[in-house]
Design a protein around this ligand. Structure first.
Ligand code: ADP
Length: 490
C-alpha cells in the first residue's frame, strides 16, 4: 500500500504456523505492487523447521476435525464464507495491490473464491459411501469415504484468492488439515483469508500458511511422510519437479499446470458474441490465466470481419494501475512476464505475422506495462502458437475446414480449456467431442464455476477442482467386507 492510502486491517505481515502467527522481521520477503513498484510489506522467510512444526500440529488436530462430523465442519466453512464476503472490498484492495488486476476483477475474484467455500460447505454433507449389491448370502460389501489426512497446497500468483479457496475449501470440508504455500508475489491475500478462517472458528493448527523460499518449503512438504497429498497449481516445469519429489512417498497428487487454449470461431457464429467471448477469454487478468485464449482460429469466411472488430475492441482497452477506476488491463506480474510477451510478439513478427495493434512497453505507466496486442497471420511455427504467452496478446490464425480446426487446436501437448463459437449444433457437438481438452466453452469465454469440475488432460495436469469431483481428491475410499451375517430373507 502506498503511504497515502489506508493500510487495510487484514493486511498482516505474518505467516500462520501451526496455530501461531509469526511476524515478519526486516529480513522478510518483500512484496511489491507490480503497477507502482511500491513496497506493500514483508512476509516471513520460513523454512523446513516451521514446516515441521506446522505438520506436527496439523497431525494432532486433523483427526479431531474429521471426527466432528460434516455438519460441524460445514458450519465453520459457512462462517468463513460470510467473513470473506463481508470483507470483499478490503480483500480486493489487497489482491489488486499485490497482483495488479483491476479492482472490479479483484472483487469478482473474491466472490468467485468465496463461492468455493460455500459450495464445499454444502458438499461436505453429501459425502457418502455405498452399500454394494450382496455378493452372496451372509456377506455384504460397503465403501466408506475418509479424509486423506494432512495435505499440502502450493498456489500461484495469478488468482491469489480463488486458487487458495479452491484447494482449502474441499480439503477442510472433507476433514483434512492443510499446509498452504502461497506464491511469493501474492501472499497477503492468502494470509488475510487465513485470518478470516481463524475468526470463523477454524481450529488452531488445522490451517498453516507458510511463506518462504519455494524450493525449500516445497522440498520439506514433499519429503514429509505425514503429508498424504499435494495439490499444486502453477507452471508445468515446477509441477513436474513436484511430481518427481512426491514419487518416493507415493503421495496423492492434483496438478493444475499450463494450458494453450484454442478459440475456434466458425463462420456461422454470432459475430458480436464471438468477439465479446474472445475478449473475455483472452484479456481477463491481462491474459495471465491458464484458461486464457492462446490461439484464436477463425474460419476464412469471417476472418477479416472478426479481425477488424477484435482489433477495434483491443485498441480501446484501458491499460493502467488496477486500483484506478476504469482500468481494464493491469500490469504484468514482473519483468520476466514482460520479457516473455515481447519476445513472443517479436518472434511472431519476424516469422511473418502482422502486428495490428499493441505489443509495446508502456513505460510511462510503469516497468511492467505492455499494451494489449493483436497479431494476425500467425502460423504453428511461432512461439505464440506453441507456448503459453500468459499476457495480453491475441494471435489470429485462419482455417478453412472443421477437420483442419480440430487438428490445429489439438496440436499441443497441453489440454486445459478450449472455446468454440458457432450456431451449428452439428459443429458444436463435433467439436465438444473432438477437442482434447478438459474443458470446452461453447459460445462463452467465461467457464469457471465452483459447481463445475476444472482441470486438464495431457500435460495440463491431474485431477479436478470444483464440482462434485473436487472433494473426491481429498477423500480415500475404504472398502469393507462384512461376513458372517444373517442371510436375511428379502
Ligand atoms: P508461475 O509461473 O505461476 O510463477 P510457478 O510454478 O513458478 O508458476 O509457481 C507456482 C507456485 O509454485 C508458487 O507458489 C511458487 O512459489 C511455487 N514454486 C516455485 N518453484 C517451486 C519449487 N521448486 N518447489 C515448490 N514450489 C515451487
Amino acid at each position: 500500500m502506498t503511504s497515502e492510502t489506508t493500510t487495510p486491517a487484514l493486511l498482516r505481515e505474518a505467516a500462520l504456523v501451526g496455530g501461531r502467527w509469526h511476524a515478519s522481521g526486516a529480513d522478510g520477503i518483500a512484496v511489491h505492487n507490480p503497477a507502482s513498484g511500491v513496497l506493500i510489506g514483508r512476509v516471513p522467510n520460513l523454512g523446513a523447521a516451521e514446516v515441521a512444526e506446522a505438520i506436527t500440529r496439523a497431525t494432532e488436530v486433523q483427526k479431531d476435525w474429521a471426527a466432528r462430523g460434516a455438519r460441524a465442519r460445514a458450519a465453520v466453512l459457512k462462517a468463513w464464507h460470510a467473513e470473506v464476503i463481508a470483507h470483499r472490498d478490503e480483500l480486493a484492495a489487497i489482491l489488486t495491490a499485490e497482483q495488479g488486476k483491476p479492482l472490479a476483477e479483484a472483487a469478482g475474484e473474491i466472490d468467485y473464491g468465496a463461492s468455493y467455500i460455500e459450495w464445499y460447505a454444502e458438499e461436505a454433507r453429501r459425502v457418502g459411501g455405498e452399500m454394494l449389491a450382496p455378493l452372496e448370502p451372509g456377506k455384504r460389501m460397503m465403501t466408506l469415504k475418509q479424509p486423506v489426512g494432512v495435505v499440502a497446497a502450493i498456489t500461484p500468483w495469478n488468482f491469489p484468492c480463488a486458487m487458495v479457496t479452491r484447494k482449502l475449501a474441499p480439503a477442510l470440508a472433507s476433514g483434512c488439515a492443510v499446509l498452504l504455500k502461497p506464491a511469493s508475489q501474492t501472499p497477503f491475500t492468502a494470509i488475510a483469508l487465513a485470518l478470516l478462517a481463524e475468526r470463523a472458528g477454524l481450529p488452531p493448527g488445522l490451517l498453516s500458511v507458510l511463506t518462504g523460499p519455494a524450493r525449500e518449503i516445497g522440498g520439506a512438504l514433499t519429503a514429509a511422510p505425514e503429508i498424504r497429498k499435494l495439490s499444486f497449481t502453477g507452471s508445468t516445469e515446477v509441477g513436474r519437479a513436484l511430481y518427481a519429489q512426491s514419487a518416493p512417498g507415493i503421495k496423492k497428487l492434483s496438478l493444475e499446470l499450463g494450458g494453450n487454449a484454442p478459440v475456434i470461431v466458425f463462420d456461422d457464429c454470432d459475430l458480436d458474441a464471438a468477439v465479446e467471448g474472445t475478449m473475455q477469454a483472452k484479456f481477463r487478468n491481462g491474459g495471465q490465466t491458464c484458461v486464457c485464449a492462446n490461439r484464436i482460429f477463425v474460419q476464412s469466411g469471417i476472418y477479416d470481419a472478426f479481425r477488424d472488430r477484435l482489433t477495434a475492441r483491443v485498441k480501446v482497452l484501458k491499460l493502467g494501475d488496477g486500483a484506478e477506476p476504469g482500468t481494464e488491463i493491469g500490469p504484468m506480474i514482473d519483468m520476466a512476464a514482460v520479457r516473455k510477451v515481447l519476445e513472443h510478439v517479436d518472434d511472431a513478427v519476424s516469422l511473418g505475422a502482422r502486428l495490428d495493434t499493441g505489443g509495446r512497453r508502456a513505460s510511462e505507466l510503469g516497468a511492467h506495462f505492455v499494451t494489449p496486442a493483436l497479431l494476425s497471420g500467425v502460423t504453428p511455427e511461432m512461439a505464440v502458437f506453441r507456448e503459453e504467452t500468459f499476457g495480453p496478446v491475441a494471435p489470429l490464425l485462419r482455417f478453412d475446414s472443421f477437420a483442419e480446426a480440430m487438428r490445429l487446436a489439438n496440436d499441443t501437448p497441453f489440454g486445459l480449456a478450449s472455446y468454440v463459437f458457432s450456431r451449428d449444433m452439428a459443429r458444436i457437438l463435433g467439436a465438444m467431442e473432438a477437442l482434447e481438452f478438459g474443458m470446452v466453452g461453447v459460445n462463452t469465454g467465461l467457464i469457471s464455476a465452483a459447481e463445475a469440475p476444472f482441470g486438464g488432460v495431457k500435460m495440463s495436469g491431474l485431477g479436478r477442482e470444483g464440482g462434485r469431483e473436487g472433494i473426491e481428491d481429498y477423500l480415500e475410499t475404504k472398502y469393507v467386507c462384512l461376513g458372517g451375517l444373517e442371510a436375511a430373507p428379502c
